[in-house]
Design a protein around this ligand. Structure first.
Ligand code: PDD
Length: 292
């Protein structure tokens, strides 16, 4: 399998990053995970814009071609998807940019230190079996920092939360901060309360998920009543549906939270309707003849 690292296409096993890399030493970098279907990226423009906002917030100059209108993502992903045999079916493209390798100082390295740019493509096994019966989730305190809107590679609280879920036999851990359910360890959270769809507003407390954005658009198109308002722990008794969204999971209904049945305990109609609409949008947007 081939990966892209700092301008080169390398065999996966030969691609190595410096021990001085600030991604390794400080978690000083950002990443994106983009869905590919049949060799084509889904919503690449939105991913590049989110990447651009993250790089700007961290003060890392966008590497050439990775500006929001740049062509590097399309060009590199075409080659990686083709050479990894991923021109049909579902795949994920991982992109990481760090502040680069430099002598260890907490403050930024000298201007001109080249950022580290890494991309790889992997097959995605879409979890349709879990979707059909509904996932289980647990809640856990949201111990993250105050800029959860930035998709940085500092993911330790997310890693610990997800491991807590796995240890409990659950699919996802949902963060709770100030008695409010913010989002999952690697997913956004939606609920249906009193017939209306609710999700946390895109503040600094959550990652503005690309799937979340698309789902909000689809829900509006379908005439669903939507409010960007967080779900409080106190609202849980009135929740009739709960679901998670992400690039790798699409819409994932939650059947049980902390062992308690959510709604009917089965995937609900709103989640099923939005999953169908998302899948249709994904198929439509990636339907053209593969670019590779
Ligand atoms: N996770 N919230 C968090 C904390 C996430 O890490 C993610 C994505 C999302 C959903 O965002 P999107 O719809 O853009 O995938 C929400 C990715 C997939 C990951 O870390 O692998």
């Amino acid at each position: 399998m081939l990966v892209y690292l700092n301008g080169e296409y390398l065999d996966h096993d030969r691609a190595t990053v410096s021990v001085d890399d600030r991604g390794f030493l400080f978690g000083d970098g950002v990443y994106e995970v983009t869905r590919a279907r049949n060799g084509r990226l889904f919503e690449p423009g939105r991913h590049l814009r989110r990447l651009g906002r993250g790089l700007e917030a961290l003060g890392i100059a966008p590497p050439a071609g990775f500006e929001p209108e740049g062509g590097a993502l399309a060009e590199i992903s075409d080659r990686l998807l083709r050479d990894s045999g991923l021109v049909s079916g579902d795949a994920l493209l991982y992109l990481q940019i760090t502040r680069g390798a430099a002598q260890r100082t907490h403050h930024f390295p000298p201007a001109g230190t080249p950022p580290t740019v890494f991309l790889q493509a992997n097959r995605l096994a879409v979890p349709d079996d879990v979707r059909a019966r509904g996932a289980t989730a647990i809640t856990t305190p949201d111990l993250r920092w105050q800029r959860c809107d930035l998709k940085t590679v500092q993911l330790l609280p997310n890693v610990l939360a997800k491991q807590q879920a796995v240890a409990a036999g659950a699919f996802e851990a949902v963060f709770v901060r100030d008695a409010i359910l913010t989002e999952g360890a690697s997913t956004n959270l939606f609920a249906v309360i009193g017939g209306a769809l609710r999700t946390h507003p895109a503040t600094e407390r959550i990652l503005p998920g690309i799937t979340r954005e698309v789902i909000l658009e689809l829900a509006n198109e379908q005439g669903l009543s939507v409010v960007e308002q967080p779900v409080a722990v106190a609202d849980l008794s009135r929740v009739t549906e709960l679901f998670l969204t992400s690039t790798s999971n699409d819409v994932m209904p939650v059947a049980r939270l902390d062992g308690r049945v959510v709604g009917s305990g089965r995937p609900g109609p709103v989640a099923r309707q939005l999953q169908a609409a998302l899948r249709e949008r994904l198929e439509r947007d990636t339907a053209q003849a593969p670019a590779v």
